[in-house]
Design a protein around this ligand. Sequence first.
Ligand code: AHR
Length: 326
Amino acid sequence: MRRFFSILLCISMIICMAGCTGTRATEPANNNVYVIGFSQVGSESDWRVANTKSMTAAFADDPDYELVMENARQEQENQFTAIRRFILEGVDFIIIAPTVEEGWETILAEIKEANIPVIIMDRSVAVEDESLFLTNIGSDFLHQGNLAVKWLEGEIPADKQAKILHLQGTIGATAQIMRTKALEDAVTQHSNWEITGQLYGDFTEAKAYEVMTEYLKTNKDIDVLYSENDNMTFGAMRALNEAGISYGNGGQVKIITFDATKEALQYCHDGKINLCVECNPLFGPRVKELIEKYRNGEEIPKHVYVDESAYTTQNITQDFVDSRAY
Ligand code: AHR
């Protein structure tokens, strides 16, 4: 029997070693270390990679903190598993970058029950009871969409038709919901604008390339590409190249993209992308500041938005592109 239990223990240790994919920014120095469990969406985009780097770097060299990150590979279920493990391990704090908005009540109630404070970062959660989290720090995604719409209004004369192809990110994520809302609302207000296709790109370059390639086999009449992130835009550009369709300044298709990563800004500077709407991933230092405020008993606003702008060939320089941190 004892032999049976030792084998069982070994098996569970092996399973745990294989399943516990969290990465630790630092090794715990002593028992006074403040342990933060961080449930990250995935690594679907350059934006996400920059966000992960910013989060880990903010805590990496601070002996007072240990950040344990779990990559959910864009599955909400994986986030639930990771968060339940954080609760079992008795972490001091939890940060969640939610994949989608819906479905968070139960798990947030479990965290509250365990008396662990939570910050929601990047996207939002749709819960009625806002006492389930300390604060939500992220982008104003509707504002981002409205920046794009405003720019397009200046580009399309009222007497000209605009056929808009819409590449959507992960359905149900705040970034998708709000960027889509801005466009769809604008289309109802402009009788000359028409969304001729809505393609699902899941915020990844590979998926966008695949759906665009398929779409372009039968539809080539596109005036505007409204792409909900940079990586999908890169995939779409590859598909447009292969289909022989021109884009950018002076091209057939005007390209609007979200994130404004260094690579996208370079394309914008070079005239291949018309508009880059900024989405700032560098939350690490801001999140750390909020946690320190919380630990000092200071007031924290319920929602914290970061300032973001939009860029065209006309308002960026090569120096600006070179200085981009992500
Ligand atoms: O939630 C932020 C969005 O998620 C970014 O626009 C996108 O690139 C990322 O995957």
